[in-house]
Design a protein around this ligand. Structure first.
Ligand SMILES: [Zn+2]
Length: 199
């Protein structure tokens, strides 16, 4: 009989986040993001030499050309689109079966966060939105996102699902909701904040 290596019994990052208090979120996110950065940036992206870790800050320097790299942080927008009390929730093909969430996507070079909200929502569900309001942000270490949370109001209710990034999307009332994202996620916090307004 082959014994499972011990490493496979270590909880996954998502299991840690689900079990520990919210006060540990920043510590776990920092650890995951720094480890991923050290693993993925061992060589200079400019000249290919092995890079060296610098003491005192999160930085790697190339001894050959002097290029420095820092932990990568990728800004993303995440938006709860609403129409009155109704919520627009969608599922990615990568989600566990039955789960729906808010819309999210990476900010592209040259875009503002607000531009990205309008573009992502239009690309994924064909909606134009108005009255954007910023909620808050959350580090999301899968592997190195910074989620910027927004609320937005739909200009119309008619949706067109892109079928690639989004497998399904629908309007939900607060009294009939699908399986929601985990409690430690900003997507869940956006949904709960909206529900509180209408409870
Ligand atoms: Zn170099």
């Amino acid at each position: 009989m082959v014994h499972e290596p011990e490493a496979t019994q270590w909880p996954t990052a998502r299991e840690w986040l689900a079990q520990l208090s919210e006060s540990k979120f920043a510590l776990i996110s920092t650890a995951l993001e720094v480890v991923a950065w050290q693993r993925d940036h061992r060589f200079c992206g400019r000249c290919g030499h092995a890079a060296e870790r610098i003491g005192g800050e999160f930085a790697m320097q190339c001894p050959h050309c002097g290029h420095r790299n820092y932990p990568r942080i990728s800004p993303c927008i995440i938006t709860l689109v609403t129409c009155g009390e109704d919520l627009l929730l969608a599922r990615s093909p990568r989600f566990p079966p039955g789960r729906y969430s808010t819309l999210a996507g990476f900010i592209e070079p040259g875009e503002t966060a607000e531009d990205a909200v309008h573009r992502e929502i239009y690309e994924e569900v064909g909606l134009t939105v108005r009255n954007l309001s910023y909620y808050r942000s959350q580090a999301w270490p899968f592997p190195h996102s910074l989620m910027l949370g927004f609320f937005a109001e739909a200009a119309t209710r008619r949706i067109r699902i892109d079928g690639v990034e989004i497998a399904d999307a629908a309007w939900y009332t607060p009294r009939r909701l699908p399986q929601l994202p985990p409690p430690y996620s900003i997507s869940r916090a956006l949904i709960e904040a909206h529900l509180k307004r209408y409870s």
